[in-house]
Design a protein around this ligand. Structure first.
Ligand code: ADP
Ligand code: MG
Length: 325
């Protein structure tokens, strides 16, 4: 079995995307990097644990993508530009095939966003992956959860609900034969972090968050932090053709998926009425779909309307899978 240093050398000392702002990367006690003038550093950490966030036998390439994409998504939510990351890997054994596939997918995504792996830690134990990522955000321009105001419009990027449907497929082998099953499973793992959209929203959005626990829970964070309420128009929620097929074209069920699906890594953000035109031009070059789904209101209630009628759906919140067992 390879030792810790052999693993680092073989799989994580990747020299293709060397950023000029990295003075020292893997190999010493710390990495040393340079921070541009007038920028602030945004920092975030996420952990994926086998058996909690993914099944132990899951495709290592997809696990790597999910681990890094969830971190990048946190930066995107604040409008930050990713720069550097570190990777703490706990492995039950040095499985070369697993490491090859994991590290290849990790660097594919890192290189795409010009993210430099500057260090980490490698230990033996139950499989878990912790990534800390750092990015730049212009001074006093980060998109926070606390800026939503009464009258602002609520938007989401992309389509919602696929990740939860994909999780259903992962957890119920019977659903694998569903025509949309493979695609939904893939979407659960292979989200697209909305970095360009986040950057485009920096001077336009009044608040923002990425959807990791489900639209309802994450929008609640914005409402609580901003001291406001909201109305959502459920028929506006963007859902994919595959999700509609998966729920047998039961729209109510599709919208319930959209409201509670976790690990979507789409952005939910608010836009003052006077910025709606700027939003169009800011988002035009990002190629990202975005949809208005409701409006911020006074108070603290989150009310749901379906075809103009108030509904009181009892929605199960998102839970990390396997946690219920
Ligand atoms: P120390 O014991 O001083 O913390 P380590 O022996 O853990 O250092 O790691 C040696 C070097 O390899 C350090 O620069 C560390 O950042 C890097 N490193 C360790 N594990 C990883 C990993 N999984 N990915 C990237 N770099 C790593
Ligand atoms: Mg160490």
């Amino acid at each position: 079995m390879s030792g810790e240093f052999d693993i680092i050398k073989a799989y994580f000392s990747h020299k293709q995307s060397v950023r000029r702002d990295v003075d020292l990367d893997i190999g010493d006690d710390c990495a040393i990097v340079r921070v541009p003038d007038n920028s602030r550093i945004a920092i975030t950490t996420d952990t994926l644990v086998a058996g909690t966030h993914f099944l132990t036998g899951a495709n290592p390439a997809w696990v790597a993508h999910k681990a890094l994409a969830s971190n990048i998504s946190d930066l995107a939510a604040m409008g930050a530009t990713p720069a550097w990351c570190s990777l703490a890997l706990t492995l039950p054994e040095a499985d070369n095939e697993w490491l090859q596939s994991f590290s290849q997918a990790f660097f594919d995504l890192a290189d795409y966003y010009n993210i430099h792996l500057i260090g980490g830690d490698t230990t033996k134990g139950p499989l878990s992956i912790t990534i800390t990522i750092q990015g730049f955000v212009p001074f006093e321009r980060a998109i926070l959860r606390s800026g939503a105001k009464v009258g602002d419009w609520i938007y989401v990027t992309g389509e919602l609900g696929d990740s939860k449907a994909g999780l259903d497929v992962i957890l119920n082998p019977d659903l694998r034969s569903h025509p949309a099953g493979d695609e939904l499973e893939k979407r659960h793992y292979l989200s697209t972090p909305r970095v360009l959209a986040g950057q485009a929203l920096v001077n336009v959005a009044s608040s923002g968050i990425d959807i990791s626990d489900g639209l309802i829970s994450d929008l609640r964070h914005i409402l609580n932090a901003s001291g406001v309420g909201a109305r959502l128009n459920l028929e506006s929620l963007p859902v994919s053709d595959e999700l509609l097929e998966f729920v047998k074209y039961n729209k109510e069920q599709a919208f319930q998926y959209a409201l509670t699906s976790g690990e979507e890594y789409e952005l939910c953000f608010t836009i003052p009425d006077y910025s709606r035109v700027s939003l169009e031009s800011a988002m035009a070059y990002t190629g990202t779909r975005y949809t208005c789904i409701g409006q911020i209101q006074a108070g603290d209630e989150l009310s749901l309307y379906f075809n103009h009628t108030k509904v009181n759906w009892q929605l199960a919140g998102y839970d990390h899978f396997l946690r219920k067992e």
